[in-house]
Design a protein around this ligand. Structure first.
Ligand code: ATP
Ligand code: MG
Length: 295
């Protein structure tokens, strides 16, 4: 069972004081890797015996890790952090129940979920500590130069960035999921039925579909946003044949120093895929001229 599924299952059994302890650990992890018990006591504002009792129960439920020895302390794991985010989203009447998995990516888990009103939504849990820190830093410019950054911070930042990108591009009319809510590392967006382009062997009109992709890249650019990870894995063919662009946490603004190179790479990736898979020939310079046009 994934950590999100475990969190969703355990959450209804947690008491407000358990959540206070988890929250105190979250706060402590901003300044230390392993949070000492006296710090948890202070932040949770509960008596030490109560805190110890709650910690051992949370430990048994595998929501945290403990480290013995002279630097003894506790650290939340993903399931513990997922509990905090899911609890906030349930309290805010955003989510009611977590459903089946929609995709496990390199750096996220995506699930279907239901709102209290019975609407189907998609919930993306960002998971940036999963790969090595060096790896993440290499790929994600926005954590560079800050030294050691916890997976909690990295994952929350990725969700914030993706929410911001979706807000900008969705408003500009780009075909993308609608951003609905965010708490910590968890993003809630509209659910979209479709297949990733990489899994689609036949398109009715590959030329037209490519035009639609470029049209959306152009709209995003007009909103100042470059995707930077555009590929057949992040393009969805919706049930009605419409295109959809997903997975935006690594976007850059149009005025980023490498914007031109990143835009060229995005468009180049798409053209290469359409050439190889569907035999569609399109010049890169022409496609770039089109997406940069502002009229
Ligand atoms: N709004 C949505 N509705 C339905 N399914 C979705 C939605 N968003 C994502 N998915 C599914 O979940 C999968 C993973 O999502 P996404 O591409 O955003 O993350 P990722 O690939 O983990 O990110 P990364 O590229 O950082 O590893 C997608 O390939 C898609 O199948
Ligand atoms: Mg993806």
């Amino acid at each position: 069972m994934s950590s999100a599924e475990r969190a969703a299952r355990i959450l209804p059994e947690l008491e407000p004081k358990d959540l206070r302890v988890l929250q105190a650990m979250e706060l402590g992890m901003m300044s230390s890797e392993y949070v000492p018990i006296d710090q948890i006591v202070k932040y949770a504002n509960l008596n030490p015996r109560e805190v110890k009792f709650r910690i051992s129960a949370l430990n048994r439920r595998e929501l945290l890790y403990g480290q013995p020895g002279p630097y003894a302390g506790y650290i939340l794991n993903y399931a513990g952090y997922d509990c905090l985010a899911l609890n906030a989203l349930v309290k805010a009447d955003v989510l009611e129940a977590l459903g089946r998995s929609l995709g496990v990516g390199k750096e996220s888990d995506v699930y279907e979920a239901l709102t209290p009103g019975g609407e189907r939504v998609a919930v993306k849990f960002h998971r940036l500590g999963r790969t090595s820190f060096r790896e993440t830093r290499r790929k994600r410019g926005y954590v560079s130069g800050k030294g050691r950054i916890s997976w909690i911070y990295q994952s929350r930042l990725a969700a914030e960035r993706e929410f911001e990108a979706l807000r900008l591009v969705y408003q500009a009319g780009v075909s993308s999921p609608e951003p609905l809510h965010r708490n910590r590392h968890v993003l809630v967006m509209s659910y979209i039925d479709g297949y990733n382009l990489v899994d689609v062997d036949d398109l009715d009109d590959p030329e037209g579909f490519l035009d639609d992709i470029l049209q959306n890249v152009r709209r995003a650019l007009s909103a100042g946003v470059i995707h930077t990870d555009l590929s057949e894995y992040n393009i969805v063919v919706q049930a009605d044949g419409e295109v959809l662009l997903i997975d935006w946490p690594q976007f850059v603004h149009r005025d980023h120093p490498n914007a031109e190179m990143l835009l060229r790479r995005d468009v180049g990736n798409v053209l290469r895929y359409f050439r190889r898979k569907f035999g569609v020939e399109r010049s890169l310079e022409e496609a770039l001229d089109f997406v940069r046009r502002t009229d």
